[in-house]
Design a binder for this molecule. Structure first.
Ligand SMILES: Cc1cc2nc3c(=O)[nH]c(=O)nc-3n(C[C@H](O)[C@H](O)[C@H](O)COP(=O)(O)OP(=O)(O)OC[C@H]3O[C@@H](n4cnc5c(N)ncnc54)[C@H](O)[C@@H]3O)c2cc1C
Length: 403
């Protein structure tokens, strides 16, 4: 009887060794996915060091929107690979990550917003990503619960409809990658904080942690909102500021919404989970901070904008509210690759408000880079040198409120 109810350990506790081939700092989706794909490539001496529990950062706090309808050809190709990896992830990991590709609508309430969405639709289609402009009649059929009348102050005029977009179970993704990495022999060390990184003659030689020193020739910074603190350990100043991002969920309701709805004009997005809760969010708090505190002004303004779209929710109660921190780059695109001049120091950062969906592709491609020494074409546009070479990958139009 006892055996029936015994739960499987997702990863094993292991002793911290004094040497690893690769040390990954950060036990979120990016760190764990990279560890998993390194394991898949046969790289065995890999450790993931996490200062808290796995998924304590953005990976356990996000609103789990997956999509690839970005604004630049570089972004579309990159996120498209991630959506495809997510589509196969449950089967690959043998663990259900509950990916629901219910479709994603980005609303336009002004003429200029329609122009922006039209450009995105064309870039998406050229990149082979299903995405098209739809008008109010079709939107009303796709989302019958939404107010598509002329009554609101900013009526819905059109939308970018992206059928492959959807939502996923974020902690299942984190645990699934952790379990997969563990099975490849990766050492996962929660509650192990990196406090320093040793560099000699332009090369990484080791890390210092709260549980002892570890020698290694390769360190991956996958710490998202905390990435600047890790970069400082090797004397690197990143073009990144950290901002809080908040969200909340309502009490569970009967199923009434089976699309992800985003309105950049109203600064709000809404989806409904399988459990019936509405997950609601907005853009980053406008000031840099490492604070993880929720605020009342966010709740009030985001609830108000939600009701402009869904007046039917006016008596619904809020169940809980939370915040995470996001590593914002000037162009709303990530930074990936080895840092010139610091051999063995790799960045997988700048994930802002949109990095959960990129976990699989970033993990796979960073693992390829670390294992082979060659930067995959897909991530070349996101190198840190783009800021000094004046070739930004401007994604703000597709990544500010739409996570
Ligand atoms: C409210 C909210 C909603 C969001 N919604 C979406 C969404 O819908 N879709 C989407 O794609 N993205 C979304 N995001 C963004 C997404 O969550 C992040 O971009 C993504 O999770 C980053 O993953 P990561 O693995 O790089 O970092 P994280 O998951 O943040 O993990 C980094 C880890 O590093 C650890 N760490 C930090 N310093 C150290 C140290 N010195 N030593 C050891 N460990 C350390 C931290 O404890 C943390 O666990 C949202 C974020 C928030 C906050």
């Amino acid at each position: 009887m006892w055996r029936l109810f015994r739960t499987e350990r997702m990863w094993q506790p292991r002793a911290l060794k004094d040497r690893y081939d690769v040390v990954i700092v950060g036990g979120g989706v990016h760190g764990l996915a990279t560890a998993y794909y390194l394991g898949q490539r046969g790289v065995r001496e890999v450790a993931v060091l996490e200062k808290s529990y796995l998924g304590a950062g953005g990976s356990g706090r996000n609103t789990a929107i997956i999509r690839s309808n970005y604004r630049t050809p570089e972004g579309v190709a990159f996120y498209d690979e991630s959506v495809k990896l997510y589509e196969a992830l449950s089967a690959r990991l043998g663990f259900n990550v509950l990916f629901s590709q219910q479709g994603h609508l980005t609303l336009a309430h002004t003429d200029s917003a329609i122009v922006g969405l039209r450009v995105r639709a064309e870039v998406n289609q050229l990149g082979g990503v299903p995405s098209r402009l739809v008008w109010r009649d079709e939107i009303a059929k796709l989302v019958p619960a939404m107010d598509c009348s002329d009554r609101p102050r900013y009526p819905v005029l059109a939308a970018l409809y992206h059928p492959p977009g959807g939502i996923i179970r974020h902690d299942a993704v984190v645990w699934g990658y952790a379990r997969g990495a563990d099975r490849y022999g990766v050492h996962i060390h929660p509650f192990t904080e990196v406090t320093g990184i040793d560099v000699a003659d332009g090369r990484v030689t080791g890390v210092r942690t709260t549980r002892g020193d570890v020698k290694t020739a390769a360190v991956l910074n996958a710490t998202a909102g905390f990435c600047s603190t890790i970069a400082t350990m090797v004397g690197l100043r990143l073009p990144i500021t950290t901002h809080p991002l908040q969200a909340f969920v309502t009490e569970p309701l009967k199923a009434f919404l089976d699309k992800v709805i985003v309105s950049s004009n109203l600064h709000v997005y809404v989806s409904q989970t399988d459990r019936g809760e509405c997950v609601i969010g907005s853009e980053i708090d406008p000031y840099p901070s490492y604070s993880h505190r929720s605020t009342l002004p966010f709740l009030e303004s985001t609830a108000q904008h939600t009701l402009e779209l869904f007046p039917c929710l006016k008596h619904v109660r809020v169940l809980r509210q939370w915040a995470g921190i996001c590593d914002m780059t000037p162009d709303y695109s990530p930074i990936m690759g080895e840092v010139p001049g610091i051999r063995g120091f790799y960045l997988d950062v700048g994930w802002g408000t949109y990095g959960f969906k990129a976990g699989p592709v970033a993990g796979r491609r960073m693992a390829e880079l670390i294992a082979t020494g060659r930067t995959p074409d897909l991530i070349k546009p996101f190198s840190i040198t783009r800021f000094s070479e004046d070739r930004l990958v401007g994604e703000k139009a597709a990544a500010a409120v739409s996570h």
